[in-house]
Structures are given as C-alpha cells and as structure tokens.
Design a protein around this ligand. Structure first.
Ligand SMILES: [Zn+2]
Length: 63
C-alpha cells in the first residue's frame, strides 16, 4: 500500500492543474509549502484526509 497520495490542485498563480505528493500518515490535516512544478512559485497547501487515508480536500494558495 503506497504511503504517498497525489493531491490534485489548480495552481492559483499559473492556473495549471498539477498534483502534489501528500503523506496520509502525517495527520488528518496537513499544511505545507511546495513549489508549483510548472511556474515554480511557492504555494501554501492545506490538505485534509478522510478516515481511510484518502485525500478529502486540497487547497492551494499563493504564499
Ligand atoms: Zn503554477
């Protein structure tokens, strides 16, 4: 069973749909900063997981 899950999001800077890796073992709600793979701007992510460890919601905002 893979530990990492891909959180799909639309970059608020360049508008591209991308995926960021998120680890469900890190907690039900996670807040982290990751660069957009397309425009390389730092984005603040707010990811929540459901009780099965699946991604429930993803929010990406400009830092
Ligand atoms: Zn971007």
């Amino acid at each position: 069973m893979p530990l990492d899950d891909d959180a799909l999001f639309a970059c608020p800077v360049c508008g591209t749909h991308c995926a960021v890796g998120a680890d469900p073992t890190g907690g039900r709600r996670q807040h982290f900063i990751e660069e957009c793979p397309v425009c390389c701007r730092p984005l603040v992510f707010d990811v929540t997981f459901d009780e099965n460890g699946a991604i429930a919601s993803v929010r990406a905002e400009r830092e």
